[in-house]
Design a protein. Structure first.
Ligand code: XMP
Length: 508
């Protein structure tokens, strides 16, 4: 297995993910792990991650010098490379006159080992203020960029390598090949690890975490909470109880889907709470989007709390937190609140439960893979992201049951058509919005005065930015025809052609 030592870089988990992609087992540990621990792990190689500090600073994160005596290959990335230069004999790191951030052109001096089959010139991704001024004894410089003389270094004898750029990010064109070379040409690991192994390890970890304790989870219908619950159930069976709060703001058929999959097929003890009326009563007449979100968030926690109290000695709560949530919540401290996000299944803070987070280090597509391995249905595993406050923020203005039904029916047609066109998995989100206005139309010689439905479909990688999807005209035509003909109260369909920014994906 590969040991990744984390120096606090924002891409440490991405390195682990790349290694997993090659079907190689990896573990991540903090840089201050003791040498004895490392020996117990017995890694085939170590990768040092990047990190935000300067290795020349007095309290810079370091590593036990003994790692260099283990006789195994080491790859240092960014800060990791600088740390090698700092710690090994005769190396030197200094603050660069100009930092180097973003794309850079890498020029190779050799195509040996690490750079086998890499083009002599290629784009890499840089993000550093310091640089290696002098490579340590036994090393040679193996690549440069315009701004950085030692963009990569190697000691081919000991198989120690340092790269100033980030091979783990997609912007480094040959990044995957470089990591592949390190793993399979230099370390010579076997690709014999897969997602079932991940599940088994996680099952063991959960068992030792919770022992015989009782665990609850909140299901929302989304892929993350579903996969998290399924793994935990595999680990501890009926020590787990799931609570599903039906706030009435879900799409057509979603509540039934959750009940069927978890209650019946997976046989997980499931408390289904029909809280539709409670939510609708509290939402009645409320028009302001933030107010709506706040009410739904509050009410959700109240209902969840009440139900959890009916169970005795619950000590753990399953959260479907995935890695990108972790990055986002760390990164949004300074960012202005555009919309306050509420996650169904969010932790009621007073409950004082210990968290069980089996997906904490995984990326979305890995979560989906695990969901498939666990046998969750396609509709759940491949569900597009859906906001916690549900259809309430897709109905502009106040929410009532009739509007919810109108939107649900229109939205069901959108989903069906997008799926039939084979586009559901490719499109980030596709849905219908019901605005608070009416327009005049004509149907069968009669004047109509009804709602329009706004069709929204976007492409995105991470929801931070998005562009409207170029749907085929025929598809738009059949969506429009079907909605106007089949959904009462609706007499017009329009398509939202706004990117994010300046728009947001949702309308509220
Ligand atoms: P916006 O509308 O801000 O949405 O471009 C970005 C992504 O977040 C989803 N979204 C939410 N998800 N609770 C959630 O769990 C929320 O309150 C919420 N608001 C928006 C939205 O669907 C999109 O994927």
């Amino acid at each position: 297995k590969i040991l990744i030592l984390d120096f606090g870089g924002q891409y440490s988990q991405l390195i682990a993910r790349r290694v997993r992609e090659f079907n190689v087992y990896s573990v991540i540990r903090g840089h201050d792990i003791e040498l004895e621990e490392i020996k117990k792990i017995d890694p085939a190689a170590i990768i040092f991650s990047g990190g935000p500090d300067s290795v020349t600073a007095p309290k810079a994160p370091g590593v036990d010098q003994g790692v260099f005596e283990l006789g195994i290959p080491i790859l240092g990335i960014c800060y990791g490379m600088q740390l090698m230069a700092q710690l090994l004999e005769a190396g030197q790191v200094e603050k660069a006159e100009h930092g180097e951030y973003g794309k850079a052109n890498l020029e190779l001096f050799t195509q040996k080992k690490l750079f086998k089959e890499i083009d002599n010139y290629s784009q890499v991704w840089m993000s550093h203020g310091d640089h290696v001024k002098k490579v340590p004894a036994g090393f040679e410089i193996i690549a440069k960029t315009e701004l950085t003389e030692a963009a990569a270094m190697a000691d081919f004898e000991r198989d120690f390598y340092g790269v100033q750029f980030h091979p783990e990010v997609n912007h480094t064109i040959h990044g995957k090949t470089i990591l592949h070379n390190f793993l399979f040409r230099i370390v010579k690991v076997k690709a014999n690890w897969n997602m079932s192994d991940y599940i088994n390890e996680e099952v063991e970890r959960i068992r030792s975490q919770v022992g015989t304790g009782k665990v609850i989870c909140g299901l929302s219908g989304g892929v993350d909470s579903a996969v998290a619950s399924a793994i935990v159930h595999k680990a501890i069976g009926d020590q787990l109880t799931c609570i599903f709060v039906d706030h009435g703001l879900l799409r057509k058929g979603e509540a039934e889907q959750v009940k069927r999959t978890f209650g019946e097929e997976f046989n997980i003890p499931l408390i289904y709470v029909d809280a539709k009326k409670r939510f609708l009563d509290r939402l009645a007449g409320v028009k302001d989007p933030e107010e709506k979100r706040k009410i739904i968030g509050d009410e959700f926690i109240q209902v969840f709390d009440e139900e959890a109290e009916t169970l005795s000695d619950v000590r753990y709560l399953v959260q479907g937190t995935i890695y990108s949530d972790v990055i986002e919540s760390g990164g949004t401290d300074k960012a202005a609140t555009i919309k306050s996000h509420h996650n169904v299944g969010g932790l009621p803070e007073e409950m004082n439960l210990e968290l069980v987070e089996p997906l904490h280090f995984l990326f979305k597509d890995e979560v989906r893979k695990i969901g498939e391995v666990l046998g969750l249905p396609e509709e759940i595993v491949w569900r597009q992201p859906f906001p916690g406050p549900g259809l309430a923020i897709r109905i502009i203005g106040d929410v009532d049951w009739d509007k919810l039904e109108t939107l649900r029916n229109a939205d069901a047609i959108v989903q069906e058509e997008i799926r039939d066109a084979g586009l559901y998995r490719d499109i980030w989100q596709s849905f219908a919005v019901l605005p608070d206005l009416r327009s005049v139309g004509v149907m069968g010689d009669e004047r109509t005065y009804g709602y329009p439905i706004i069709l929204r479909a976007v492409n995105s990688d991470d929801a931070m930015t998005a562009d409207w999807a170029r749907l085929p005209y025929e598809l738009m035509q059949s969506i429009s025809n079907r909605i106007v003909n089949q959904v009462e109260e609706v007499n017009r369909v329009v398509y939202d052609i706004t990117s994010k920014p300046p728009g947001t994906i949702e309308w509220e």
